[in-house]
Write a protein that binds this ligand. Structure first.
Ligand code: NAD
Length: 693
């Protein structure tokens, strides 16, 4: 039994007890109904409190029921029983009451919450909507606009804010169950009024409110299916009677469930929970203690990396080559913090505390007390070699030595030290203080506890750590190469940069590839192409960018790159100069011209990326396809509602179809860049799925 019933001085307490988070399992639903039956049958019980044992109220649905669907009674049926119940019902909320948990509370007549509790309806994050009356009840207690915003964002609402909205009747300090029992006695003393939420009126909204809301939501939650259905459901609450509104909510819930976005977002939900599980990590491996960090290089990446640690309250020593470079780096960090403070998201005191945790230095000797050193200097082996040799000399025994390299071999870098077991890659994404991805690169000799520490550090600095193998470009940048190559060649074949970018943005990417190149600076790719073996990349893919760089067009920083820019304006405008270079390059390579549909553009770019993803998996450079999906969601802004590039290829394109298309590209464009991954061929031949690997 996942609960019990108790009577305290005329108040029945229906206890839910399903550790660790009181997820609303079948057993919990039965316990709720059983508790109500006992409370109804006992004449000494004048009011009832719904309370939870352990650290939280019902934190949400039982995710193990996602795949199979709930066994009767489902939650809407249980809450309908609350509505038929004849004695006052009070929810006692502590911890987090999310999703179904909050819907249970909204099914009660009154809600009492611990001051630190949080409530919320986060279903939108799984591509669905609150389906146990939440869309109909929340507007009745919190008003239409507040309810809509809470459900469209899905964000947690602190109890005190919820109380101001009207969704919580009393905030208590101390034991919440005691507080709820006291509240229940007051209700009884006051005539034991039943304040069923279903009977409350929905406060009126101004004319045109819902049309406006649809427009706003379309902009804020671009391309997403369920937020629009949430608007529909709230409109139903405002315009229909309660039972008709509930029926409408049910129908809209089913529409969401059937939509591909729900499947994709649920995949992401599980992928996030998998990503930190490292197969083969011996049991009982303990992370090393990280209390002091050092960062080498205070450039674009080093500065952002240092901020992550300062934000987490961890002191950081920053080593630079010259006082001037150190001052510049610290100055940029300060500017970043000041900008955040100006937006009201940090207090001046917080800025000062964080800046106070950063200690610039020019001497390696100051790194001797660091538990973790992250190197973010120029991307050449020569420089990295010098740095790691010095680190080996000064770092204390057991210190972890990490490189932020984008492409270089972690094993080569580890070989510059006499402690390769302590070396690994910690590859941040730009801007490093913002992007949530941290690729953790496991070298051949990286010790298990070093890997475990990096994963732990990722969590402490609020990043999502994905473990990658040591291959050129690791997971993300290696796959990006295929994407960039095809986008560039498409342009040589007759698509324009603006058409390619628009197709990618319409697909859901936050920015088109060419816009991204202009933002990062075309000189970065230019330099790396100069350093690479000529046969190791398709010469057609970088030709236009090379011509642009040689003409002094480096991107946004020179107000001209692939696009033209007006002074002080980042809006990309089509460029005649670029069009001329594209024509020139197309002629050089003798590429025939044609038109492309947006779908062709998207498929070619992302199937190139996916095919390399299959190779990453085949080589064991990622542990699972879903880790690759997470890499693209958090490192590159791939739309979560498509689940990530691997999920997209499998579910929207289909593995067999993807293979056929890749074979077709190989025929047209040659097998050098388009050989289908043997792993993909095997999956299709055996009728298997990516998750079967
Ligand atoms: P950057 O040029 O902005 O910064 C490098 C900094 O390192 C400079 O401030 C320089 O003065 C300092 N430096 C160079 N040699 C040094 C030495 N021997 N000792 C101390 N300081 C030294 O470069 P960045 O973009 O921050 O890149 C740094 C590293 O991060 C590279 O390995 C790069 O591949 C990688 N990376 C970059 C990005 C990106 O988007 N820029 C993303 C991920 C990883």
């Amino acid at each position: 039994m996942a609960g019990r019933f108790e009577v305290r001085d005329g108040v029945g307490i229906v206890w839910v007890d399903n550790p660790p988070v009181n997820a609303i399992s079948h057993a919990v639903r039965l316990a709720l109904l059983d508790g109500l039956r006992q409370a109804a049958a006992d004449d000494s019980v004048k009011a009832v409190v719904i309370a939870c044992s352990g650290r939280t109220f019902m934190a949400g649905a039982d995710i193990t029921e996602f795949a199979s669907g709930p066994k009767a009674p489902n939650l809407p049926e249980v809450i309908a029983e609350f509505d038929r119940f004849g004695k006052p019902l009070v929810a006692a909320i502590h911890g987090t009451a999310f999703g179904g948990g909050f819907e249970v509370a909204l099914g009660c007549h009154y809600r009492v919450a611990d001051a630190r509790a949080q409530v919320g309806l986060p279903e939108v994050k799984l591509g669905i909507l609150p389906g146990a009356g939440g869309t109909q009840r929340l507007p009745r207690v919190a008003g239409v606009e507040a309810a809509l915003n809470a459900m469209v964002s899905g964000d947690p609402v602190p109890a005190k804010v919820a109380a101001r909205m009207g969704a919580i009747d009393r905030i208590v300090e101390g034991d919440v169950t005691e507080g709820a029992v006291a509240f229940a006695r007051e209700v009884v003393a006051d005539g034991a009024k039943l304040r069923r939420v279903r009977d409350l009126p929905v406060p009126p909204v101004p004319e045109g409110f819902f049309a406006e809301a649809r427009k706003r939501v379309a902009k804020e939650r671009r391309n997403l299916f369920s937020p629009q259905r949430i608007v529909d459901a709230v409109e139903a609450a405002a315009t229909l009677d309660f039972d008709a509104g509930i029926a409408r909510e049910g129908a809209l819930f089913m529409e969401c469930m059937k939509n591909s976005q729900a499947k994709a977002l649920q995949h992401v939900f599980f992928a996030e929970r998998q990503v930190s599980k490292i197969p083969g990590l011996p049991d009982g491996v303990k992370p090393r203690a990280i209390n002091k960090v050092a960062v080498i290089g205070a450039g674009t990446m080093g500065g952002g990396i240092a901020m992550n640690f300062a934000n987490a309250g961890i002191p950081v020593t920053i080593l630079e080559m010259s006082q001037e470079a150190a001052d510049r780096g610290l100055g940029i960090i300060k500017k970043n913090y000041d900008a955040t403070a100006a937006k009201g998201r940090l207090t001046q005191e917080q800025v000062d505390t964080r800046m106070g945790l950063l200690r610039p230095t020019l001497s390696y000797d100051d790194l001797s007390d660091a538990d973790l050193v992250i190197e973010a200097v120029f991307e050449t082996l020569e420089v990295k070699k010098k740095v790691f040799e010095q680190l080996d000399r000064v770092a204390k025994p057991g210190a972890i030595l990490a490189s932020n390299t984008s492409y270089l071999s972690i094993d080569t870098i580890a070989g510059y030290t006499k402690r390769p077991g302590d070396v690994l890659g910690m590859h941040f994404f730009s801007p490093a203080n913002v992007m949530k991805l941290l690729e953790i690169v496991r070298g051949a000799q990286t010790a298990p506890d070093v890997l475990a520490t990096a994963l732990d550090v990722a969590k402490r600095i609020k990043k999502v750590g994905v473990v990658a193998g040591n291959a050129h470009g690791f997971i993300g940048n290696r796959m990006l190469e295929g994407y960039g190559r095809e986008a560039n060649i498409l342009v040589l074949e007759g698509a324009t940069p603006q058409q390619v970018d628009k197709a990618l943005v319409d697909f859901g990417m936050p920015m088109g590839l060419f816009q991204m190149m202009d933002l990062a600076g075309l000189d970065i790719g230019y330099k790396s192409r100069k350093d690479r073996e000529p046969g190791s990349f398709d010469p057609r893919s970088g030709r236009v960018a090379d011509l642009l760089v040689e003409a002094g067009r480096l991107g946004q920083k020179t107000q001209a790159g692939i696009y033209d820019y007006a002074p002080g304006d980042r809006t990309p405008r089509p460029s005649e100069v670029t069009a001329g270079f594209i024509k020139q390059a197309a002629q050089e390579f003798g590429l025939p011209q044609r038109t492309f549909t947006d779908q062709e553009i998207v498929e070619r770019c992302f199937l190139a990326l996916f095919n390399i993803g299959c190779e990453v998996l085949r080589e064991g450079m990622a542990y699972r396809a879903s880790d690759i999906d997470i890499t693209y969601l958090y490192g590159y802004g791939f739309p979560a509602y498509r689940g990530g590039p691997m999920f997209w290829a499998e579910n929207e394109v289909g593995l067999a179809n993807a293979l056929e298309k890749i074979r077709g590209y190989a025929e047209t464009y040659g097998a050098r860049w388009w050989t289908p991954s043997p792993l993909l061929e095997r999956l299709v031949a055996e009728g298997k799925r990516l998750k079967d690997l």
